[in-house]
Design a binder for this molecule. Sequence first.
Ligand code: 13P
Length: 250
Amino acid sequence: MRKLFKVICNWKMNKTISEAIAFCKAVPPLVSPVYLAVPFTCLQPLADLDIPMLQIGAQNLYPQHDGAFTGEVSASMIKETGAEFVILGHSERRQIFSETNEFVNQKVKAALLQDLVPIVCIGETAIEKNQNRTREVLKKQLLESLKDLDTVALKQIHLAYEPIWAIGTGTPSTPQSAQEIHFHLRQLIQEEWGEDVAENMSILYGGSVSDESIEELKKQPDIDGALVGGASLKLETFSKIIALVEGDPK
Ligand code: 13P
């Protein structure tokens, strides 16, 4: 399950519908699945393009099924657009919109109920890293965000380790230190939920991944994929990253 190196692209709040359609139509043919997380407005238009191997997903959801929640979008609404997955607990949502682990946990459960694959993000700030608190912070985020899930549910989840100090800075974590953290996370998952879950849960790295850094990241045994932000917005770097991964799949 976690053997194929996955590329998940997070467009964040970028691209109108027409820009997104033009981009996807220009993507060279894909030979293995690529996951594209887009603004809500682009979900259905891109899913309708039905581009082989291109899976479309959302970047957030609201955990209630329906009701008086002005401005929010539920998992069932997302599912009906043709989306297949959803990014949850991204650091920008945790920091800008004050999302807690408990709230992320509710969202994970709502996504699973609608058969949307949750991509759950965790990561430490620069201050926490400098205080040597990385492992403590990640453990709390991991256990609280995935609280009360059974092993069937846990095996469907992808975890994304995104150190906040590496996001949007142009300087990713070194492949060695990312590998060290991923190995640690996998051990933690094994201790909590057993070997089967630990072997099945993909752990992706995110934070300034580019066509220059992806090859070294891919070589690391516990890095099962990459969550790519800025470099996925330009067709040239997006295509280079895909070509590098497809040319030498893990
Ligand atoms: P960048 O690749 O732009 O650093 O963004 C990473 C990210 O936040 C992906 O979710």
